[in-house]
Design a protein around this ligand. Structure first.
Ligand code: NIG
Ligand code: FE
Length: 419
């Protein structure tokens, strides 16, 4: 035989101090009391074949394995990569001027009313070429990969018209093609009302449905559809119309709701079988009840509440009622200019009173569910994609959210390949 078969790339990580978030039987999400349960194996090995997790267990049970590459992880832990299910990381420029305005006392809504906020990013985006937008955005992708994120959802929503929304979505598509991080794309159809549509909001919604959405679908540029359903932005009626139209094109909703007030967004999202409803600073008994009878993931964006000084969502109450919770960064220039999932874990523990186990579940398996990839991501499980990171030497997994500003992610692997 001449053609010697090429040896599959395989990798063995040995002497792992603790292998975190292992699953023998995969679950779709962790909710309620289960959110505080976390399976780990101390002094473990992890074996990767051809980009897939093929085996793991305690070192005492390590079988004879021939690996192309071995890593000794003494003193270090292995986590599945973070799944960041809500970002707007494709954007042009930045908005630190508004940051100063905020410090001087203006609210997010006041800044938006003066034509700042999302409209400010929209102007910057319109005057930025697709290539330049890609260049700016890929830097943020490389930054979050280094921080341990292995799957990310990215939204459009600063384009506001057909040309610029398509520009954003094409940049997301290029990111998908050029990096190993898993990417899901969301068409954020209604984010802010362009000033030329002032007083004609329902005409803008018509335009979105009749002009932009068919183009997005024709180029197959989105996995999900989103609306900013909140006070001062889009109503539940606008949201329903857009979600119904998106569903006809096969786009499941993942929406912004209840960041600024009780907007009815949670109820609309659940009615249209949203994969997730996100923000939820304003969550009352009615919202909790609605979510309990659904498959919709409540997603909390603690970076936005922290950066804007919003009220904190009642996460303890939500978990105690039996809900699952996902935590994502919301990485965007206006309300959360950070893509650091480890810091989001710290905000979850410090500000929202979540346990370390709960924030680990919220940023891994539940984040995977909130972007529709829980069967392949979010845990160390045989058959799942080998997206994981090795920490620096740390004493315990609780140390991750505890040491809130220490960089602890040492080596990152996507599809089993070191980045
Ligand atoms: O999720 N709330 C709406 N959209 C973004 C903020 C976008 C911006 O201010 O640029 C968010 O916080
Ligand atoms: Fe957002």
């Amino acid at each position: 035989m001449f053609n010697e078969p090429i040896k599959e790339m395989n990798l063995l990580v040995k002497n792992i101090k603790e292998l975190v978030q292992v699953e023998q039987t995969p679950v779709k999400w962790k909710k309620g009391k289960d959110m505080s349960s976390l399976s780990t194996i101390k002094n473990a090995y992890l074996f990767i074949e051809d980009g897939i997790i093929s085996d793991f267990g305690p070192m005492s049970e390590l079988p004879k394995i021939e690996a192309n590459k071995e890593i000794m992880a003494d003193g270090r832990m292995v986590f599945p990569s973070f799944c960041d299910s809500h970002t707007h990381l494709v954007y042009a420029g930045s908005r630190e001027i508004e940051y100063s305005d905020k410090i001087k006392g203006l609210s997010y809504e006041e800044i938006a009313k003066r034509g700042g906020g999302i409209l400010n990013s929209s102007r910057l985006l319109a005057s930025t070429s697709e290539d330049e937008l890609f260049k700016q955005s890929i830097c943020r992708i490389d930054e979050i990969i280094k921080l341990g994120t292995g799957a990310v959802e990215i939204k459009s929503g600063y384009g506001l018209d057909a040309e610029n929304e398509l520009k954003m979505l094409r940049v997301i598509k290029r990111i998908k093609a050029e990096r190993s991080i898993t990417v899901k794309s969301t068409y954020l159809a209604a984010h802010a009302l362009p000033s030329e549509y002032k007083g004609r909001q329902s005409e803008y919604v018509d335009m979105v449905i009749n002009e932009i959405l068919p183009l997005v679908a024709a180029e197959d540029l989105a996995d999900y559809i989103d609306v900013f359903c909140d006070k001062g932005f889009f109503t539940t009626e606008d949201t329903e119309r857009i979600l119904m139209a998106g569903i006809k094109y096969g786009l499941r909703p993942k929406i912004h709701a209840n960041e600024l007030d009780y907007s009815g967004g949670v109820q609309v999202g659940v009615k249209y079988h949203a994969l997730s409803v996100d923000h939820l600073e304003y969550t009352g008994d009615d919202e909790i009840e609605t979510l309990l009878n659904s498959d919709t993931m409540p997603t909390i964006l603690p970076g936005a509440a922290f950066f804007l000084g919003l009220v904190d969502p009642p996460v303890r109450k939500m978990i105690n009622a039996g809900l699952p919770i996902t935590i994502a960064t919301d990485f965007n220039p206006g309300s959360s200019p950070s893509g650091d999932m480890k810091f989001m874990m710290s905000l979850g523990t410090i500000k929202l009173k979540m346990l370390p186990e709960e924030v680990i579940n919220a940023t891994t398996i539940n984040g995977a569910y909130a972007m529709g990839i829980e069967e392949s991501h979010g845990s160390i499980c045989k058959g799942k994609i080998a997206n994981f990171f090795i920490t620096k030497p740390i004493p315990s997994y609780e140390f991750m959210p505890y040491a809130y500003n220490t960089k602890l992610v040492e080596r990152v692997f996507l599809n089993g390949i070191e980045q």
